[in-house]
Write a protein that binds this ligand. Structure first.
Ligand code: NAP
Length: 314
């Protein structure tokens, strides 16, 4: 008889029941139990748990926990909340998620590439004005982050004929992608991008990364997409670049505060497209399959899946 798996979801999270059902479907031989239903005797036995934005005090109810499996790919909140513990954090790495993100990157790159914001504005003004067309081969999309999501996005963009360059902490070798690495090479990479897409994790090293100075390296008239996390881009610097017409348009799916408050400037700015954090929703079915595989391997071998490196923060 294996020990029950604690399921620790934030009390405010609305879809905990749906996740529990999906996880139970993928792990019919496991007993997955919400923390508040877990036997007092079982709590000290638990070595790992499945978590969704857990409250730190709930995690502390499980004193012998060694690792937690998040259902999300982005785990910056968990990294901060669990900083004073030596708990290992496993995040979701799901090819389906990468595929969905690659689709979103392509969709919104096309939106910018085909000047849809400009034509929408023209229609509102009853203005008939064809703009110059340039082919994808004449445009470069720059990807900040060449991890699970960035690499999938690069492949999709190359398939559509765009030039692609990318930036990561350690140097990558991806066929067809002009790869840059480390802070010293960031200005050169930014200078190449007609459309810049942010797919970085939020860490101490990426918070405020795109400040006024770095935004200044992006060619005048380029556009920006942020599908990663809001605080990676300095809001004030972005607004100044948009107001000055240096950055043509920005597609924002992520914000410092979510939901984006009604009084926020982004809602009404003519050069901003606001999306409600929808670029790559996690698929409960495929995510549960991957979590089940990771747990099965751990049960059989004792091997904890690849973890977040606490010093890097991702
Ligand atoms: P990942 O596999 O960990 O890849 C992260 C990439 O960023 C890696 O290439 C890494 O470099 C690079 N990087 C990290 N810190 C850096 C730094 N200081 N300087 C330069 N490069 C740095 O992460 P992922 O799965 O692709 O996910 C990326 C982020 O997307 C997540 O953290 C999450 O916040 C966000 N996300 C958003 C949505 C949405 O719906 N909007 C959905 C899912 C995920 P190395 O390769 O050298 O390590």
């Amino acid at each position: 008889m294996t020990s029950p798996i604690p399921f620790v979801a934030n009390p405010d999270y609305r879809f905990a029941g749906e996740w529990l059902a999906a996880l139970r479907r993928e792990m019919p031989n496991e007993c997955i139990v919400p923390l508040n239903e877990l036997d007092a005797a079982a709590k000290p036995e638990s070595r790992f748990a499945i978590v969704i934005n857990p409250l730190p005090e709930d995690i502390r109810q499980l004193p012998r926990l060694e690792w937690v499996h998040s259902v999300w790919a982005g785990v910056e909140r968990l990294v901060t909340d669990l900083a004073d513990t030596d708990l290992k954090i496993v995040r979701l790495i799901d090819p389906q998620l990468a595929d969905t993100m690659a689709e979103a990157v392509l969709a919104w790159t096309m939106y910018l590439h085909r000047d849809m914001p400009a034509y929408a504005a023209q229609q509102r003004n009853r203005s008939w004005m064809p703009l110059d067309y340039t082919r994808p081969h004449e445009k470069t999309v720059g990807l900040l982050g060449l991890g699970a999501l960035g690499e999938a996005a690069a492949r999709r963009l190359l398939g559509e004929g765009f030039n692609v360059c990318g930036w990561s902490r350690t140097r990558k070798a991806l066929a067809g992608v002009d790869c840059f690495a480390g802070d010293s090479e960031l200005p050169a990479m930014l200078a190449k991008a007609d459309i810049l897409v942010c797919l970085l994790p939020l860490t101490a090293g990426t918070t405020g990364l795109l400040n006024a100075e770095r935004l200044g390296h992006i060619p005048s008239g380029a556009s920006l997409i942020n599908f990663a996390r809001g605080p990676i881009i300095s809001d004030d610097a972005l607004r100044a670049s948009l107001d000055a017409g240096r950055i043509k348009h920005v597609v924002l799916d992520v914000f410092d505060v979510e939901p984006l408050p009604p009084e926020s400037w982004q809602w009404a700015h003519p050069s901003v497209t606001v999306l409600p954090h929808i670029s790559a929703p996690t698929d409960r079915k495929t995510a549960s399959t991957i979590i089940a595989q990771n747990i099965d391997r751990y049960r059989k071998t004792g091997e904890i899946p690849e973890c977040v490196d606490p010093t890097r923060g991702y």
